[in-house]
Design a protein around this ligand. Structure first.
Ligand SMILES: [Zn+2]
Ligand SMILES: [Zn+2]
Length: 114
């Protein structure tokens, strides 16, 4: 059985889908990343078509003002990426409420170094 590997657009965690998983998914279904809980909607999954996902956006809480806002793929694409203190790359997004710059970091649940 072939396994489809999808890289999470937010945290780069590899999500594995078996053929059976894929067969059960239809366009409009939502997959949730195990690692960062980003939601991705299935946009293509027809016979002979590539499997494609679109990021729905994740809710994050601004550490500055405490308001929640949604991080979307467009927002990430428009955000600068900087080197974090531990050498990993983090995206800097702007809070729509207070305009604070927030470094987006995603923790690995299994504790392995990236
Ligand atoms: Zn993720
Ligand atoms: Zn804020």
């Amino acid at each position: 059985m072939t396994t489809l590997e999808i890289e999470c657009p937010v945290c780069a965690e590899v999500l594995e889908l078996t053929e059976q998983d894929r067969a059960e998914l239809t366009v409009g279904d939502v997959i949730v990343c195990d690692s960062c809980h980003a939601e991705m909607e299935v946009t293509h999954n027809g016979p002979g078509e590539d499997f494609e996902l679109e990021l729905l956006g994740i809710l994050t809480t601004c550490p500055n003002c405490g308001e929640e806002f949604e991080v979307t793929e467009d927002l990430l694409a428009a955000s600068p990426v900087v080197q974090g203190t531990d050498g990993s790359e983090v995206s800097v997004v702007t809070c729509p409420h207070c305009r604070a710059n927030i470094e987006l970091e995603f923790e690995d649940d299994d504790g392995t170094a990236v």
